[in-house]
Design a protein around this ligand. Structure first.
Ligand SMILES: [Cu+2]
Length: 291
């Protein structure tokens, strides 16, 4: 009897390690490639010992890359769509030419207004020689943060950011408030968000449970969106932190879609879950306060 206890603990510890690794590298050839078994400067959290999944903007990216942003109009008017180009270069100024496909795309471009009321998830076209291009709408006056998420071939996930002032540049002051209820109805779906625990600095599993809003029947035929059960973007209330999230089971079809993430510090966060059902993508936003 004396011996079983330490062994049980050992097995439990080994299991946890395996689960942690599985949680981060789940399911796909893509994630296997994404992670490449290496530490990721911007998405390293949850792997052994790192404590943050967050990227605090371009300042956190190492100096080995440069992103040069250009807009067809330096100051787009409110309601205008500007063509945005991002040129990725290495430390020597040479264009980075090859990128790894990540969630089916070479680059994901997230656009949010500073007050986080506006959200867009775009996929720029690759024009070769490290140049990406996207048409980005700026619906109202205010500041917008552009977040480019990509992986230079054979490298690790990168986040490069850029602020754009549209129109007067003055947006409405942030009115971000934690949601009173984490059950939302969007496009005929009722989506509930739960956490196994919610504490800054600790890896948490956030689970979206998706039902038909009318019949309340669980939806069990979600379609893959960007190669996984869904795509989740998390940004801190001050728009500084952009969090990467890993689906625990990429091939899940609902009603549950679970993601691992780590909120780096206490405070407000806005979460956008994106899922596909019957050929249509729907986006469900939540605002939470992380203790
Ligand atoms: Cu994307």
């Amino acid at each position: 009897m004396m011996k079983t206890k330490p062994r049980t603990i050992f097995i439990a510890a080994a299991l946890v390690t395996v689960l942690l690794l599985a949680g981060c590298g789940t399911g796909g050839k893509q994630t296997a490639a994404d992670h490449g078994g290496q530490a990721e400067p911007t998405t390293g959290g949850g792997h052994a010992g790192h404590d943050s999944h967050a990227s605090g903007g371009s300042s956190e990216s190492s100096a080995a890359l440069q992103a040069e942003w250009k807009l067809s109009k330096e100051k787009p008017a409110a309601g205008e769509t500007a063509q945005v180009t991002v040129q990725i270069r290495d430390a020597d100024g040479k264009p980075v030419e090859k990128f790894d496909v990540n969630h089916e795309k070479l680059m994901h471009l997230i656009v949010v207004s500073k007050d986080l009321s506006h959200f867009a998830h775009l996929h720029p076209d690759y024009r070769q020689n490290g140049l990406f291009q996207a048409d980005v709408p700026f619906p109202t006056d205010g500041e917008y943060k552009l977040i480019a998420d990509f992986i230079p071939a054979g490298g690790t996930a990168r986040t490069e950011t850029h602020w754009v002032a549209a129109g007067s540049g003055a947006g409405s002051p942030s009115a971000l408030q934690p949601d009173a209820s984490l059950v939302k109805t969007v496009d005929g779906k009722e989506v509930a968000l739960t956490f196994d625990k919610l504490k800054a600095g600790q890896e948490t599993t956030m689970t979206f449970t998706i039902k038909d809003a009318q019949s309340k029947a669980p939806i069990t035929n979600l379609q893959p969106y960007l190669g996984a059960v869904g795509h989740v973007v998390v940004i801190s209330g001050d728009a500084e932190q952009y969090l990467h999230n890993h689906p625990l089971d990429e091939s899940a079809k609902g009603p549950n879609a679970a993601f691992a993430t780590t909120f780096p510090k206490a405070g407000l966060y806005k979460i956008w879950g994106q899922f596909q059902h019957e050929g249509r993508v729907f986006t469900v936003p939540f605002t939470i306060n992380v203790p």
